[in-house]
Design a protein around this ligand. Structure first.
Ligand code: OGA
Ligand code: NI
Length: 352
């Protein structure tokens, strides 16, 4: 492990310098924390904060808002049960995703594009030439809100793609709005504070083939990163793979039946003035089974002002970030090559 990378990792996550916390790791030049490539020993399932969305929408709302605030601040993620997305729409979405990735390659490659602004694009697995790493995730990423404005750009094969994916996207949108309202309130902001910044959502259908024998040192699902979102809502099938950094350690966030995982993204870190931190996460691959996950990225409109909310700034809590627009952030994200966890540093407020 190169000393520079390890020193940076120590500074960011001190407990990672303790050898007993670092198992089966490698260092990735694009990240600053050593990544774990096989599951951690202890299952963390019992401790994933779980929020009941029916509770959130009922008479004890304030209690659930506190739970959400606590989970965002302490863990950076939580699972949501009773989210109201019908089971059938979830299984249709997962089946459709698998069917798409089982199509012949030439059919899928029609959607390949290197333009980050394209309305739909397929990203394929790749080998990182600087290291002996294969990043195996394939994903189809597309805009989906409102569904009617975008669905004609989506694949017409498999034939049910547009219908099934459209149904899922419309349902997940409702969860998104309810959670964002609760997050706004948990910060002491008006209920629609975040909703007013919103543009839409963008879905990434992620497909992780079962890992194969390879000449390479490491096969990874998706590397350690934060999401450039306000929040991300992740629906996983029943194959484990998601790992997150919590209390400076990697932990597995195994699928919980009928629940989705919500986590904090970079934009929420900025607008909450760092009270809620963007979650570092990754996915490992499973050598026996393919895995599918659906990430719904909730992001602001281009011209939204994303500095810390004014109500959260006072003498004891000076603004950590300056005001910037999502457009500025998005452009710099593609222009400046740095670890995703460092992207927001470019928007720090000037200190006096
Ligand atoms: C993502 C992501 C994790 C997973 O899509 O941004 O981190 O478990 N996915 O698929
Ligand atoms: Ni992610």
């Amino acid at each position: 492990m190169s000393p520079t990378v390890m020193q940076q990792a120590d500074a960011l996550h001190p407990a990672l310098s303790d050898p007993k916390n670092v198992q089966y790791t490698y260092t990735d030049p694009l990240s600053e924390v050593p990544a774990l490539i096989s599951g951690v020993d202890a299952s963390f399932d019992g401790s994933t904060p779980i929020i009941d969305m029916e509770g959130l929408l009922g008479p004890r709302r304030s209690e659930f808002i506190k739970q959400i605030g606590h989970a965002c601040e302490k863990n950076g993620f939580f699972a949501v049960r009773n989210h109201g997305i019908p089971e059938m729409k979830i299984s249709n979405m997962l089946d459709t995703a698998r069917d798409f990735f089982h199509l012949p390659e030439e059919e899928r490659l029609k959607f390949r594009s290197s333009d980050p602004d394209s309305l739909i694009r397929l990203v394929t697995g790749f080998q990182d030439k600087t290291r002996n790493i294969f990043v195996s995730r394939q994903s189809l990423k597309f805009h989906c809100h409102p569904v009617e404005d975008f669905k004609n750009h989506w694949p017409s094969t498999p034939p049910s793609f547009r219908e099934k994916v459209g149904e899922y996207c419309a349902s997940v949108r409702k969860v998104e709005v309810a959670i964002l309202e609760a997050i706004s309130e948990s910060l002491g902001l008006e209920r629609d504070y975040i909703d007013k910044l919103l543009k839409g959502h963008y879905v990434s259908i992620n497909y992780y083939p079962a890992c194969q024998e390879s000449e390479l040192d490491v096969t990874h699902g998706v590397r350690t990163h934060t999401d450039p979102t306000i929040i991300t809502i992740l629906m996983q099938d029943d194959v484990p793979g998601l790992q997150v950094i919590n209390d400076d350690k990697w932990i597995d966030v195994n699928p919980i039946p009928d629940a989705v995982v919500v986590h904090v993204g970079d934009m929420l870190q900025a607008l909450s003035n760092c009270r809620y931190k963007s979650l570092l996460h990754q996915a490992i691959v499973n050598c026996e089974r393919e895995r599918v996950s659906i990430a719904s990225y909730c992001y602001p409109s281009d011209d939204s002002a994303i500095g810390p909310a004014k109500k959260l700034i006072d003498d004891d809590h000076p603004a950590i970030y300056k005001d910037f627009t999502y457009k500025e952030f998005h452009e710099s994200m593609w222009r400046v090559k740095c670890s995703t966890a460092k992207r927001l540093d470019l928007f720090m407020a000037e200190s006096d």
